[in-house]
Ligand binder design. Sequence first.
Ligand code: ADP
Ligand code: MG
Length: 238
Amino acid sequence: MAHVELQNVRKSYGNVTVIPNLDLTISSGEFVCLVGPSGSGKSTLLRMIAGLEDITGGTISVDGEDITNTDPSDRDMAMVFQTYALYPHMTVEQNMSFALRMRGEDRALIDRRVAEAVSMLGLEGLQKRKPAQLSGGQRQRVAMGRCIVRNPKLFLFDEPLSNLDAKLRAQTRLEIRRLHGKLGATSIFVTHDQVEAMTMADRIALLSEGRIQQVGSPKELYLNPANRFVAGFLGTPE
Ligand code: ADP
Ligand code: MG
């Protein structure tokens, strides 16, 4: 589990500032939904946490350690994207074990981690299939399996359900929450879908134009929106 602290985080692309100054603290074991309209800076923030994007100013720390300038591969976290590029020529288990094989982990550990992930994700019997022989939902689960086997302490999700149909989306939401609990992970889940955030989050951080409008439980935001933007975004009658 990871305790994450963002302090005075800023991001500019050239002379365009997309995140002016952002503070956010996430406790160990929390499931936080970062929600906001398209273009509000959600992906940018997540990518800075992952180290995939340069940070213009401020600090990011995990479990008290400043990781602002740590190489992405040395950050103990995993990111699940909307478009999950599986290796088409590899089987399910080869896709899932790839990162561990690259790290030179031993065979026994790899087999154990993959078997655990397969069982957790309900992918039994599909280990020898290639991505083309899987449904969209199964592929998304393999993509999560690739993250789970690395045993990260922080999961970052960037709209991972957007490509799924409504029924599968609802089901996968539950699965992700269940996995989060079972793994004892800390998760930051980005979505533009307020229903998704309301149903999944321990706490919601609502973003607009790179600024956090309010942070709180779904109930707090719904019952006591801090401003008109929050009320409007969550569909609260004013
Ligand atoms: P969200 O994920 O909430 O839709 P993004 O983080 O992708 O928002 O984008 C936030 C803002 O930053 C947008 O105005 C977007 O156009 C801008 N932006 C994102 N990436 C870049 C980039 N590489 N260069 C310039 N502007 C960017
Ligand atoms: Mg985005």
